[in-house]
Ligand binder design. Structure first.
Ligand SMILES: [Zn+2]
Length: 129
């Protein structure tokens, strides 16, 4: 990992995800055979083993599954305290990111947004919908 660029380098598998983030869209792999969304990116579907996993733009809407607030610095660009959360997307997949909410709560309805962090580029994060 390049210390000047702490985010993982995109691979052929993940580049469509990062390209969508740069467009301000959340795109996830969608399995052709079983019609489920797959996230994080995989070479084959964890549900059926299918390899037809084209990226599709999703709504960017969901609900907080769980959250925690971080009080230590781990990475540049993330200034504590900040809250991170797993989000149950309306499409059935689960996504992760920073949650920008003064009173985070499990079940809170949220919408994706993209934070352009130096060294990372646009990263999905969440705010109350
Ligand atoms: Zn599948």
């Amino acid at each position: 990992m390049d210390p000047a660029r702490p985010a993982p380098a995109p691979s052929p598998l993940t580049e469509p995800y990062w390209a969508a983030c740069r467009r301000g869209e959340l795109a996830l792999q969608h399995c052709g055979p079983c019609a489920r969304f797959v996230h994080f990116p995989e070479a084959s579907c964890p549900f059926c083993g299918g390899t037809n996993l084209a990226y599709q733009t999703v709504s960017g809407l969901g609900r907080v599954h769980t959250h925690t607030t971080v009080h230590r610095t781990f990475l540049p660009g993330f200034t504590p305290p900040y809250t991170v959360a797993w989000i149950d997307l309306d499409e059935g997949a689960r996504a992760f990111g920073t949650l920008h909410a003064p009173d985070p709560a499990i079940g809170m309805r949220v919408r994706v947004r993209f934070d352009d962090l130096p060294g990372f580029g646009p990263l999905p994060s969440w705010r109350p919908a």
